[in-house]
Design a protein. Structure first.
Length: 271
C-alpha cells in the first residue's frame, strides 16, 4: 500500500487540505532536486509530484516545457528520476511521491519492470498523462501488483461517463484540471471548480486535488475551501527558471513561496 491514503486520512482527520507542489526532476540540474524536495516538505508540502522529463510534454505549458528541456539537456532519464526518489527516501520515508509523466519512457522500460523499480525506489504512484482509462489495463495491473497508485486527470469537459470510468480504476487521489488548456494557462473559475467537484465526488470516493492555474496564496486559499488538495506547478517551476543560473538560491525562494501557500491554505479548515 502506498503512503498516499494514509496521508489523506491524516489530513482529513485534522480538517486540513493537502499542499502538493510539482517540480521537474533534474531541473535545473540533477543534483538540485533532492535538496529541493526536502525543502518543500519543510515548507509544508504533504505530497510531492515529481515530473519525469519527456521530449513531447503535451499537457504542459511553456514554463514546464522549458524545465523539461533543461533536465533533458542534462541527460536526465526515467532511471535518474527513480534514483532521485531513492536518495530522497534516505532521509524521508513518510512524504508520498507521485511521478508525473508520459507513457513512452515506461513502455521502453516495461510496465512490470517500471512498477518494480518505482516501488523499490520509494515511489507511491504515477500520473501518466497520455494513458486514457480505456487503454490503461496493463499499466493499472502492473502498478497494483506493486502496491502503487495510478492517479488520473479529470477536466472541466469530463462527463459523468468518463468520471465513472476513471473512478473504477483510479487510486490514491484524482487530479482535477481546473482550467481548459495546458499547465499555467487560464484564470480560475472557483464557483465552476466547486460545482465540478460536487459532480466528481458523487461518482468517485477518492480525495480530489485541484491544479492548473493556482499562482499565489489567494488562489490557493480559494481552492482549499473546496478541494482535498491544492496542486501547484508552474508558479514553482517559473521561480526555478528565474534562478537557474544561481541554483543555490532555489530552495530558499521555493520554500518561502510554499510557506505562504501553506499558511493561506491552513486558514481554511474543513469539518
Amino acid at each position: 500500500m502506498s503512503r498516499i491514503p494514509t496521508t489523506f486520512d491524516r489530513l482529513r482527520a485534522d480538517g486540513r487540505t493537502a499542499l502538493i507542489p510539482f517540480v521537474t526532476a533534474g531541473d535545473p540540474a540533477p543534483e538540485a532536486t533532492v535538496p529541493l524536495m526536502h525543502c518543500m516538505v519543510a515548507a509544508g508540502a504533504d505530497l510531492i509530484e515529481l515530473g519525469v522529463p519527456f521530449s513531447d510534454p503535451i499537457a504542459d505549458g511553456p514554463v514546464i516545457q522549458r524545465a523539461t528541456e533543461r533536465a533533458l539537456a542534462k541527460g536526465v532519464s526515467l532511471n535518474d528520476v527513480l534514483d532521485i526518489v531513492r536518495r530522497f527516501r534516505a532521509d524521508d520515508d513518510t512524504t508520498p511521491v507521485v511521478l508525473m509523466g508520459y507513457l513512452n519512457p515506461i513502455e521502453v522500460m516495461g510496465y512490470a519492470a517500471f512498477a518494480a523499480a518505482a516501488r523499490e525506489a520509494g515511489v507511491d504512484g504515477a500520473l501518466v498523462v497520455d494513458v486514457p482509462p480505456e487503454e490503461g489495463h496493463d499499466l493499472v495491473t502492473a502498478l497494483r501488483a506493486a502496491g502503487l497508485d495510478l492517479v488520473y486527470l479529470l477536466a472541466p469537459t469530463s462527463d459523468i461517463g468518463r468520471i465513472e470510468r476513471i473512478g473504477a480504476i483510479a487510486s490514491g487521489f484524482v487530479y482535477y484540471v481546473s482550467v481548459k488548456g495546458v499547465t499555467g494557462a487560464g484564470n480560475l473559475d472557483v464557483a465552476g471548480v466547486a460545482a465540478k467537484l460536487t459532480e466528481i465526488r458523487a461518482c468517485i470516493d477518492l480525495p480530489v486535488g485541484v491544479g492548473f492555474g493556482i499562482r499565489d496564496a489567494a488562489t490557493a486559499a480559494q481552492i482549499a475551501e473546496h478541494a482535498d488538495a491544492v496542486i501547484v506547478g508552474s508558479a514553482i517551476v517559473g521561480r526555478i527558471e528565474k534562478l537557474a543560473g544561481t541554483p543555490e538560491r532555489i530552495p530558499d525562494e521555493v520554500g518561502a513561496f510554499l510557506t505562504g501557500l501553506r499558511a493561506a491554505i491552513d486558514e481554511v479548515r474543513h469539518g
